[in-house]
Ligand binder design. Structure first.
Ligand code: HEM
Length: 329
């Protein structure tokens, strides 16, 4: 929270041109305005409609049993369209969907750049592909932003959209994975969301740089030290999450029934000047997804591993889904 002492790293991607730097802060990293309640509502209602369409498009199994889908794939368009609808006001649906697909294309092209253990060379095939995808997206944004009354640069908006799409897709997939194989039909949607963000925060580590000598938890740090803050590890601290019927390593929405501990103390959305500006939208989408999941019986079609290439993603997040007996929604 102490922004002057802990600065945002100039570039988290090891190539200065990928961050939307506009010299608004000391290191020059842009400070994003938080999404507004109207934006959240636009995003949420778009997500509800698009998720419904996406789920209906999943072919039913030949034997009339559960349908199977890959959550990371099925969530892509509903989340992308929802975030675009939230951020880009008054766009006609065709243009919004085209921009959403372009953000997804940039995210896909960016993935190998971020995942690479050594930064790919500037003119490598990987970087050229990422560059082409980013230029195409920024060109589209340059065309539509004036009509949306947005004065931020295309590069700033592209960053906002990419951050607001990639992370919620992973968060949504984790939520569905955790809710699969549950034995209890009933759960509180908000509690399930917080519990999923506690156990598997998609951005499992964030970074800051010290601007001068400083002490953290009794440890003296010099200037220019990299400080890594891990929501994943903080979420397993006894002081920050309630005990429940299950221990802290297990998914247990019920632990939040106690209501005497603040959800989010383990920083799943970061903290300070660079905390997530889209957290209210992210929470709204996840809540809708949890409400959708409630009447559905889900099982994991194969065991899940953790892909650590861009934050943490469930891989595969392959789910077999049917309605609980007696459920009609
Ligand atoms: C459940 C969904 C989401 C989660 C878990 C999440 C998590 C995070 C985290 C942990 C950070 C880093 C904060 C820090 O370093 O202190 C972050 C940054 C950011 N998020 Fe989110 N986020 C979510 C949804 C969204 C949405 C929907 C948007 C946009 C509409 C968004 C836009 C951003 C942006 C632009 C940043 C960079 C902020 C900066 O560098 O100043 N996020 N998010």
């Amino acid at each position: 929270m102490d922004a002057p002492a802990f600065d945002f790293p100039t570039s988290v991607t090891r190539s200065t041109d990928l961050s939307a730097s506009t010299a608004d802060t000391r290191t020059g990293h842009h400070v994003f305005a938080p999404v507004t309640p109207d934006e959240v509502e636009r995003g949420r209602s778009t997500f509800a409609a698009e998720w419904d369409t996406a789920v209906r498009s999943v072919p039913s199994s030949d034997d009339g049993g559960a349908s199977t889908f890959e959550a990371m794939d099925l969530l892509r368009r509903p989340v992308a369209r929802a975030t675009c609808a939230a951020v880009l006001v008054d766009l006609d649906p065709d243009t919004r969907d085209r921009v959403a697909d372009e953000v997804l294309a940039w995210i896909d092209a960016l993935a190998p750049v971020i995942a690479s253990p050594r930064a790919p060379r500037r003119w490598s095939r990987t970087r050229r592909r990422e560059h082409r995808a980013r230029v195409a997206l920024e060109q589209s944004l340059a065309d539509v932003l004036p009509g949306c009354g947005i004065t931020d640069t295309p590069s700033v908006v592209a960053t906002m959209l990419a951050a607001g799409i990639q992370v919620p897709i992973a968060a949504g997939a984790w939520l569905l994975v955790h809710l699969a194989d549950r034995t209890d039909e009933d759960f509180d949607a908000d509690h399930a969301v917080w519990e999923s963000l506690r156990l598997t925060p998609p951005t499992w580590v964030t970074a800051r740089i010290t601007t001068g000598p400083v002490e953290v938890g009794g440890i003296a740090l010099p200037a220019a030290a990299v400080v890594l803050v891990s929501p994943l590890l903080l979420g397993r601290q006894r002081e920050l999450a309630p005990d429940g019927p299950e221990d802290l390593m297990r998914f247990c929405p019920k632990r939040w029934d106690r209501g005497d501990m603040r959800p989010g103390a383990w920083l799943p959305f970061g903290a300070g000047a660079h905390a997530c500006p889209g957290r209210t939208l992210g929470l709204a989408l996840l809540r809708d997804l949890a409400v959708w999941a409630r009447p559905h019986r889900m099982t994991l079609a194969s065991s899940v591993t953790i892909d650590q290439s861009r934050g943490i993603l469930p891989k595969p997040a392959s789910l077999a889904v049917e309605l609980w007996e007696g459920s009609d929604s």
